[in-house]
Design a protein around this ligand. Structure first.
Ligand code: DNO
Length: 391
């Protein structure tokens, strides 16, 4: 019987300060971690020394590090302004340094200003565990009355504004503080939220960057960095927009299948690939995930497996990995077929988990407590185990 290719099971690790230790990740049955040098300011070069130090810590515990998440893209690359050319050159140096240490996949995103956005990271579910939640009303209310983004008022009808005002009046000072802090958190691996002033100043720099310009800036960035990635044996993996629609009045450019088509056509280089996040693409009803895997499977370099449950108002919460709107069986079935067809293992991590059991009350990165992710991983692993039996 020929070898069966299975997903490479990894877990995100935020570094030595993470409450989830490398030992825990090993015990969860993972072979490696997905991690980044979070202390280096966005845009600065990741030196060979800094990469090596991080790698040594991981390897000393018997784990691998071949997937970076994220090597972040400077805002001036996204707007194409200021020191854009210099930031791109820095990015190339970091890629070379990473490639030399055996890194195979570099994850990044091209979401303007804020990375992922939620309105509550402690949404209590019926069973007492806590999940990440995106509430559209609360998000709009933040935009209108807390951030007070210029132009936000014009995007809503007077009736909706009145309704949101009413909703705000029913929220406690604590709820409003939680909402503000949660939306402004923005950056993974950071404990320090943005201030309203910082976000508004950044938004100002996007004034003339419309959807077409943002797409063109992404294509420019990739046409510069992909040849370097290819040369040093790295595949790029862009994370889709999360949530997959406009936030803060800004364009988002990787939310649906048509966006993936555009991106792949714009930069055909083989190093231009995807971090296929089932939670982000799955938060939109018009995305057919199995069909997307069929079409762009050869460009899927990394998988984030998680599930969301959405309603018709644009709200969603993070469901258990095998529940929610994405049919995880069909997704894994497609992925397993793809791996056999191409003769390769795709790295995967269980994305976001509920905070539960002994993790409740512990300080962990939102979505990244140990036990909930372990539950998710175990369930996903079970599905793959069953699906792979047919090969
Ligand atoms: C959230 C993550 C994202 C992701 C970046 C990749 O949990 O999936 O923050 O790491 O968007 O650049």
């Amino acid at each position: 019987m020929s070898a069966i290719y299975k997903m490479e099971q990894l877990m995100r690790w935020y570094g030595p300060n993470d409450a989830v230790k490398l030992e825990h990740i090993l015990q969860a049955g993972c072979t490696g971690v997905v991690t980044a040098l979070h202390a280096i300011p966005v845009g600065e070069i990741w030196s060979s020394e800094a990469i090596k130090n991080h790698l040594d810590i991981i390897e000393a515990k018997g784990l691998t590090w071949t997937v970076v998440e994220s090597l972040p893209v400077h805002e001036e690359i996204k707007t194409g302004k200021g020191n854009c050319a210099q930031w791109i050159e820095n990015y190339k140096v970091s890629l070379r340094n990473l490639g030399a240490q055996g890194i195979k996949v570099v994850t990044y995103n091209f979401m303007p200003v804020l990375d992922w956005v939620r309105t509550n990271v402690e949404h209590v579910l019926e069973d007492g565990s806590e999940a990440l939640f995106f509430n559209k009303d609360e998000y709009d209310l933040f935009d209108l009355f807390i951030l007070k983004r210029p132009g936000a008022m014009e995007e809503h009808s007077p009736e909706r504004i009145a309704l949101l005002k009413e909703k705000k009046a029913t929220m406690s000072a604590e709820d409003l503080a939680r909402l503000r802090r949660t939306v402004l958190l923005g950056l993974p691996g950071s404990d320090i939220p943005f201030t309203e002033e910082e976000v508004l100043a950044l938004l100002e720099t996007y004034k003339d960057t419309d959807r077409a310009a943002l797409k063109a800036n992404l294509a420019h960035f990739l046409s510069e960095v992909c040849p370097v990635a290819e040369e040093v044996g790295i595949k790029m993996a862009i994370h889709p927009d999360d949530p997959p629609y406009s936030v803060l009045g800004l364009s988002r450019i990787l939310s649906c299948a048509a966006d993936v088509d555009d991106l792949m056509q714009a930069v055909p280089n083989a190093a231009n690939g995807l971090c296929f996040c089932t939670g982000s693409f799955g938060a939109r009803p018009d995305n057919d995930l199995p069909a997307m895997i069929k079409k762009w499977g050869s460009r899927i370099n990394f998988l984030h497996l998680r599930n969301t449950k959405r309603d018709s108002n644009g709200n969603f919460f993070e469901a258990n990995h095998l529940e929610g709107d994405t049919d995880m069986y069909t997704v894994i079935d497609e992925v397993v077929a793809l791996m056999q067809k191409e003769g390769r293992s795709i790295p995967m991590r269980p994305d976001h988990g509920h905070k539960m059991l002994d993790d409740l009350g512990k300080k962990t990165y939102p979505g990244y407590s140990a036990i909930g992710r372990l539950r998710g991983l175990a369930e996903l692993r079970g599905v793959e185990y069953a699906v792979a039996r047919k090969y």
